[in-house]
Design a binder for this molecule. Structure first.
Ligand code: ZN
Length: 475
């Protein structure tokens, strides 16, 4: 439900979300200034009661977008499904804060309990907003965020779904069912077509599985004859990663249902693009399979083919994401002429060790593109950080018996050598960027007591598409 913009607090509403800068008392609405003074705003959400109303205070000092958004989720959840009112009086001129707070409130009713039989009442939370000077800007923020949150809920549902409830075929069907009504062309290749087209690396990863792989191509074409750019998106869609014969340790293996975070992000972004209809053409590809053990599964040391024609020595069957991406990237480069190319993947544990849980690793030789994404990510929930792409790292991926191998010789710089592997399949694309989202797509969130999908992706991709659209318009 879209939030209502009103001029003052509605009578019936008992829960007020109040973002304030405590260092600037003038930013606090007058009637409650005295009460706020007695509150020390903690990291998340401080609550006090005044005149039968519960105020949830979000301290905005020096917070990044993600922290503000997560604080807003925590506050809104405290209202327990009841209607909330967001008072923007103190922060109305700070678009980033306004966006992050509304964003968190909209996301707060996400239902994590996908497979519980006792159905929770579908909480469509009523939200009203006051205190922002420019109604035009606020309406635009709300319109975009509404679509973004819908997209993020799709992303989270896909990541939170266990592998037995979301096979590659079911994932592909879900994509078609969701995107076709938005005017996006969706083509799904099954096993036979994968063989005919020679998507051999995807087929190799799929060998150990009972469930056939799918290769999904989504095409959004902007209407109108004005000149436009073409963006290519590719997402790694491993519905479950056992590691294959190079089996993963069992302790946290259940988290491996989340190994399709890149594909989910691309799916969510395409949903948002279908809703917002930018003047940019977008083609997206999702290669999807699980990585299982079976008598036919590929074994360490096997040499496999790929769509690009290159042969790959598989040193470790757990480095399978890059194999399916290799086919996705090569297929995109051979069949579509794109101005920009982005792939997203929960690719390596190495990126988690390098950057922790706050940022995705960003790999590109195109400095302008890197700078642009770095700047945009600052105004979204999705932060990225640049990583090196020097060619020396590619030495590690040379194979003696095949064209390339899928794992570096030395166990260092694993996220970078993975990116260098992918680079071999992008046909020297001048504006390719790879985002390793292993640390950010699935993790701790105020939406769940356990690790869950975070909805990472659609926000940043959408800001990027808008930026590309406006750069063409300016010319
Ligand atoms: Zn793996």
């Amino acid at each position: 439900m879209k939030p209502r913009i009103i001029s003052s607090y509605p009578d019936a509403v008992q829960h007020i979300i109040l973002p304030v800068n405590l260092k600037k008392p003038s930013s606090i609405p007058k009637p409650i200034r005295a009460a706020v003074k007695s509150v020390t705003a903690d990291e998340e959400c401080s609550t006090f009661i005044l005149d039968h109303r519960v105020y949830h205070l979000i301290c905005t000092d020096n917070k990044d977008y993600k922290a503000l958004m997560y604080n807003a989720i925590t506050c809104a959840k405290k209202a327990n499904g009841k209607a909330i009112h967001i008072d923007l009086t103190g922060v109305g001129r700070h678009e980033k804060i306004v966006k992050a707070v509304i964003h968190g409130c909209l996301l707060s009713d996400y239902n994590i309990h996908l497979y519980q039989t006792k159905k929770v009442k579908k909480a469509s939370r009523r939200i009203s907003i006051s205190g922002m000077e420019s109604g035009v800007i606020l309406r635009k923020i709300i319109a975009e965020l509404t679509h973004q949150v819908e997209a993020q809920k799709l992303v989270m549902d896909i990541i939170n779904a266990p592998s037995n409830k979301l096979t590659p075929a079911q994932f592909a069907q879900k994509i078609a069912r969701t995107l076709k009504p938005l005017g996006i062309k969706v083509s799904i290749f099954g096993h036979k077509q994968l063989e005919q087209k020679g998507l051999l690396a995807l087929l190799a990863v799929n060998r150990g599985s009972e469930d056939p792989a799918r290769f999904v191509v989504m095409e959004y074409r902007a209407v109108g004859k004005s000149p436009k750019k073409h963006v290519g998106l590719i997402g790694k869609g491993i519905t479950f990663d056992t590691g294959g014969i190079s089996l993963k340790p069992s302790d946290s293996m259940h988290y491996m249902k989340s190994d399709l975070g890149g594909a989910a992000a691309v799916f969510g972004a395409m949903y948002m693009i279908g809703k917002q209809k930018p003047q940019v053409d977008v083609t997206a590809i999702i290669p999807t399979t699980d990585n299982s053990i079976g008598t036919r599964a590929i074994k360490p040391g096997d040499v496999i083919g790929s769509y690009s024609g290159k042969t790959i020595e598989v040193l470790n069957t757990d480095a399978e994401g890059r194999l399916v991406l290799a086919d996705g990237l090569a297929y995109m480069c051979k069949n579509y002429k794109t101005d920009y190319l982005m792939d997203l993947a929960t690719l390596t544990g190495s990126i988690v060790r390098a950057l922790g849980y706050h940022a995705a690793g960003m790999f590109s030789k195109n400095r302008a593109l890197q700078t642009q994404l770095l700047k945009l990510s600052d105004h979204t929930y999705e932060q990225v950080w640049p990583m090196p792409m020097w060619d020396q790292y590619a030495q590690q991926m040379k194979s003696e018996i095949a064209d390339i191998k899928n794992l570096a010789t030395k166990p260092v710089a694993g996220a970078i050598t993975a990116a260098k592997f992918l680079e071999a399949f992008v046909d020297d694309h001048p504006a390719w960027v790879h985002l390793d989202i292993a640390a950010v797509a699935f993790g701790e969130s105020p939406l769940s007591k356990e690790k869950c999908g975070t909805g990472w992706g659609p926000g940043l991709i959408w800001e990027w598409i808008k930026n590309i659209e406006s750069s063409v318009r300016k010319k």
